[in-house]
Design a protein around this ligand. Structure first.
Ligand code: ATP
Ligand code: MG
Length: 421
């Protein structure tokens, strides 16, 4: 679990603001659900035989009523619970997005944390492949917006439950013939969740897995048609994709389209975003049946990839640093700063240091002003104040140019201090 400190936190805010503006353009609305949910929601929603439910959840007992609670390991189950609880689909489909921390008890390593952050988008109440495609286009637009490259799209179709059932029988028969080559986990899942064996990260099992019966060969007409709709829309929008028949994803709730955005630049934790259709989840957790599709991206991994690719985001600096030589000037100075802020100017006030006396020397105040990255210093010297004026020094253009401004007419000169002006 990490602390996110300035200046690094500015990268987070930058990413989040890009996401917000993009979600607005696709008409996705923000939803905020609790971080703690009943454990049963995740067990029912994600599936009992999944990595998350088997070993990754932070669960505890409510000390008052003994209810089993869990820190959310992902947000889709909570979103779906909220959608059902508030009958949000009564007047048609909804497009939603969220951002926030998730918790999984995993072995910490690069790109894998115990508290990490996801941004996710969900479209609920729409059955068509065009929504799957819209969500993929939305993620793809985000990579463009962030200046991210070398991200490839892998897609697959998991079909419908009856198709999966036929494939499952064939898969179990195949795996039983090769049971000697399976690891302990795979053997344990052989009859409970054989599809997940295809998702193994054990290199010793890759060959077995590669030659296993492919789900896509068991799909019927309607499932293939749904998949074709998605692919055609991606093609029409110049988004390249590759069908990865082994892409099954970590949760049980998916059907039809699943997809991941993957990079080779983050070592073995190369999936930055994953999602798919989950038409049966809402009913599964006790809501009225409704189709849905969504994705979630890992914020840490996206930021790490941006760093890896050398992307620089503009530093966050104040417009103005207020140099206040004498504490006696504080009331008048701060009243001026407040008026500047009301006019949209960002202002950092010099703070008297813990060591030493008073406000600190002019030299140390200007040093701080330079370090802040401000473009201007406003100097509240006693001579100028006596005349109702304040001195403005340019810090960044090397000219050292000085101007005087009248304290009574802030509105007339405030905008000249702003970066954008
Ligand atoms: P993985 O196969 O890497 O464990 P997952 O299938 O468990 O991923 P999802 O549940 O689909 O991942 O979550 C969506 C995204 O969230 C992932 O693609 C990844 O970018 C990010 N993510 C998942 N787990 C972590 C973690 N422990 N730390 C950081 N990011 C994570
Ligand atoms: Mg995982």
């Amino acid at each position: 679990m990490n602390d996110i400190l300035p200046p690094d936190s500015a990268r987070w805010e930058w990413l989040e603001s890009k996401v917000r503006s993009l979600m607005e353009r696709y008409a996705y609305r923000n939803i905020r659900t609790p971080i703690v949910e009943p454990t049963s929601l995740f067990v029912r929603g994600l599936g009992e035989v999944t990595d998350i439910v088997e070993k990754e959840m932070y669960s505890f007992e409510d000390r008052l009523n003994g209810e089993q609670l869990t820190l959310r390991p992902e947000a889709t189950a909570g979103v779906v619970r909220a959608v059902a609880e508030h009958s949000m689909l009564y007047d048609g489909g909804k497009r939603l997005y969220y951002m926030g921390p998730m918790f999984r008890h995993e072995r910490p390593q690069r790109g894998r944390y115990r508290q990490f952050h996801q941004i996710g988008a969900e479209a609920l109440g729409f059955p068509g492949g065009e929504l799957d495609a819209e969500l993929i286009l939305l993620a793809n637009a985000l990579w463009k917006e962030l200046g991210l490259h070398n991200v490839r799209l892998e897609i697959n179709s998991l079909g419908q439950p009856d198709e999966r059932k036929a494939h499952r029988a064939a898969l179990i028969a195949y795996l039983e013939r090769h049971v000697d080559a399976l690891d302990d986990e795979a053997r344990r899942r052989l009859h409970s969740n054989p599809l997940r064996i295809l998702d193994t990260k054990n290199p010793a099992m890759q060959q077995i897995v590669e030659a296993a019966p492919r789900l896509i060969d068991f799909l019927g007409e309607a499932s293939l048609q749904h998949f074709n709709v998605v692919k055609a829309i991606l093609d029409a929008n110049g988004v390249s994709w590759r069908v990865n028949p082994r892409l099954v994803r970590g949760m049980d709730y998916y059907n039809l389209t699943v997809f991941e955005f993957v990079t080779d630049q983050l070592g073995s934790q190369g999936t930055i975003c994953g999602g798919g259709r989950y038409d049966y989840l809402i009913e599964q957790i006790g809501g009225k049946a409704a189709p849905a599709v969504g994705w979630a991206l890992g914020v840490e991994r996206v930021l790490e990839l941006l760093k890896e690719q050398g992307s620089a985001i503009p530093p966050v600096t104040p417009d103005v640093y207020a140099v206040i030589p004498d504490a006696a000037a504080l009331p008048v100075a701060i009243a001026t700063l407040e008026r500047l802020r009301a006019h949209g100017v960002s202002v950092q006030m010099h703070g008297a240091p813990a060591s030493g006396e008073g406000m600190g020397s002019m030299k140390s105040q200007f040093k701080k002003a330079d370090a802040s990255g401000a473009r201007h210093a406003l100097v509240f010297g006693s001579d100028e104040l006596a005349r109702g004026m304040v001195l403005c020094k340019s810090l960044r253009d090397g000219s050292g140019a000085q101007t005087e401004h009248c304290l009574d007419s802030v509105s007339e000169w405030a905008s000249t201090l702003q970066f954008s002006s």
